[in-house]
Design a binder for this molecule. Structure first.
Ligand code: SAM
Length: 330
């Protein structure tokens, strides 16, 4: 197995695994889940931590060196801190990070730190508490902001703030969000809304990265920041004089598939080679049938062989991808 690497038919070397550990979330963001939440997966349908770790141990032998733990909301799953600590013991990992909505961050920041997490991505789509309640279904802006402050005070860096840009929802706050990069060392990342699964949003009109960039440019000179090896597809910039950054994740307006190095493990044990395609390989069945590490490696390789060269979510006629974002993990 040592010689095998996860290289797909387009010669992309896949070394990044995103792991959704639960489909449950303490928020109901309008762009992520339907108002009447789809029934949650029964506990037995979710991979156990032991099963995930078995798969990850095979993955790192195949070259996975970067892992992000996500959800649903990862911090709502019992035992998450012990799981994070197990992951951080894997010497092969050069990057281990967490994506959270920060609702539970303030009370748990020390546990996250002790578990060995160095980087946190936080979702925050508005600075207006009333709008936060409308977007997420809960009046928790202050709690989330305190969570973000606690991560800052604990020295996490960079703290990436993910903002899903939505016409008619938070497009009036693009400047306020971008201004945060002047006041804090945050990396503000504007994400194009992707029509995935059932949610409370229609498909369009979409607010795309070039338009966002144009609008926030009034704040100053946007200087490009060179991406480092561990960077994702964000196009990074810094305003002249700002300690933080702004960035754009433009999955729709500018495909970055040629540089995609990701695989995703869903909460119910599907290995997905592309966020925006419904193809997946089941790992839960084989894991529960007692498969060997070599068999798991073969499943990884099969998923990689099916990685599409390009996602087919077209701007002109976007259709919905079937999987639910809260289960796939974003
Ligand atoms: N609960 C965690 C959080 O809020 O960050 C992790 C899971 S959430 C599914 C991961 C990321 O996906 C968040 O930044 C969220 O804003 C983003 N997301 C969810 N649905 C999306 C959509 N339809 N289009 C673009 N981004 C989306």
């Amino acid at each position: 197995m040592a010689e095998l690497k996860l290289i797909d038919p387009c010669n992309r070397y896949l070394n990044y695994l995103r792991i959704s550990i639960t489909d449950r979330c303490n928020l109901k963001c309008i762009y992520c889940v339907p108002r009447d939440m789809v029934p949650r997966l029964p506990h037995d349908d979710i991979l156990t931590y032991e099963e995930i770790l078995k798969l990850v141990r095979v993955g790192v032998k195949l070259g996975i060196s970067k892992i992000r733990v996500t959800g649903g909301e990862p911090l709502v799953r019992k035992g998450v801190y012990g799981f994070l600590a197990e992951l951080s013991r894997l010497n092969e990992l050069t990057d281990l990070s967490l994506t959270t909505n920060a609702v539970a961050l303030k009370d748990n920041i020390k546990k996250i730190e002790s578990a060995g997490i160095k980087r946190i991505n936080i979702s925050l789509d508005t600075l207006d508490p009333a709008k936060f309640a409308k977007i997420t279904g809960l009046d928790l802006f202050d709690q989330v902001w305190q969570g973000i402050r606690s991560a800052l005070e604990a020295g996490f860096h960079p703290i990436k703030i993910n903002v899903v840009a939505l016409n008619g929802v938070n497009d009036d706050e693009l400047l306020d969000m971008a201004r945060l990069s002047f006041d804090y060392p945050f990396h503000i990342r504007f994400i194009e809304y992707m029509p995935i699964g059932q949610s409370q949003m229609g498909i369009g009109p979409l607010l795309l990265a070039p338009e966002i960039k144009k609008r926030i440019s009034v704040l100053g000179n946007l200087l490009p920041v060179r991406n480092s090896a561990n960077d994702g597809p964000a196009q990074r910039y810094r305003f002249d004089g700002a300690p933080g950054e702004v960035g754009f994740i433009h999955a729709l307006s500018h495909h970055f598939c040629d540089r995609c190095n990701r695989l995703r493990l869903t909460a119910q044990g599907q290995l997905r080679p592309c966020l925006l395609s419904d193809h997946h390989e089941d790992v839960k069945g084989p894991l529960r049938d007692g498969c060997s590490d070599d068999q798991l490696a073969e499943i990884f390789l099969k998923a990689v062989r099916h990685k599409p060269s390009d996602h087919n979510l077209a701007l002109e006629n976007p259709t919905r991808v079937c999987g639910q974002m809260n289960s796939i993990g974003g």
